[in-house]
Design a protein around this ligand. Structure first.
Ligand SMILES: [Zn+2]
Length: 222
């Protein structure tokens, strides 16, 4: 169902047709949700699903699910469900590990990019890490830490006072997550797939040429 956003109260809500007013504040001109608003709406739902299963997962799995959610934007849900179905859930452990390695490579690349940007702003990461009560790291220039780097700093670690680095990404046992996932992790993937498999891709409205490709992918999904 298409999403709309209220410019006054910032409420985001689904509606089959163009709504005449915001259901929350009655503002007369809700607008189609932007890609950012679209992502925010679904990201909240997916984060809640992850939260529900997190206690039953291993620490590696909890960190890894953060990476997976970060890299799969809700606006690309069509591709996400294809990947989850054929390259993770129904794949051999070997194929699944390969898929995960692709994600790890991409995430590491983004972290490196964020670090270069941080250095260009004149900030250095320190080896020791203090945190505020809400868990945010107490570091100089936190506003200049890019989204991938911030995610890395949200990783759980054996020693929470050591700043995270690429070792925290490379140390995740992908082989184990692919071959012997916990029941909670697997259930998280299944619920995630269920939540996004029918999410409309805003892209498919913008690029009609992509539609035949989407149809083709749907076919081999079965
Ligand atoms: Zn409103």
């Amino acid at each position: 169902m298409p999403l709309y956003a209220c410019p006054r109260c910032h409420n985001i809500f689904p509606s089959p047709d163009k709504p005449s007013a915001c259901p929350d504040c009655g503002h007369r001109r809700p607008l189609p949700a932007s890609e950012v608003e679209f992502d925010a709406f679904y990201a909240k739902q997916l984060a809640a699903i992850r939260e529900a299963y997190a206690p039953g997962m291993s620490m590696d799995e909890r960190n890894w699910t953060k990476v997976l959610l970060f890299l799969n934007k809700p606006r690309a849900s069509f591709f996400t469900s294809h990947l989850l179905r054929n390259y993770v859930l129904n794949a051999t452990p070997e194929l699944c590990v390969d898929t995960y390695k692709g994600y790890r490579w991409e995430f590491s690349r983004m972290v490196k990019q964020d670090r270069i940007a941080l250095q260009l702003e004149g900030y250095q990461e320190s080896k020791l890490l203090m945190r505020r009560e809400d868990g945010t790291p107490l570091v100089k220039g936190w506003d200049c830490y890019g989204p991938a780097l911030r995610l890395l700093y949200s990783f759980e670690a054996v020693d929470p006072h050591k700043s995270p680095n690429l070792g925290n990404i490379n140390g995740i046992d992908l082989q184990k997550i692919a071959a012997e996932p916990s029941e909670a992790y697997r259930q998280f993937l299944l619920d995630w797939l269920e939540a996004v498999k029918d999410v409309p891709s805003p892209m498919s409205f913008i690029i009609p040429e992509a539609k035949p490709l989407l149809k083709l992918m749907k076919k081999d999904d079965k």
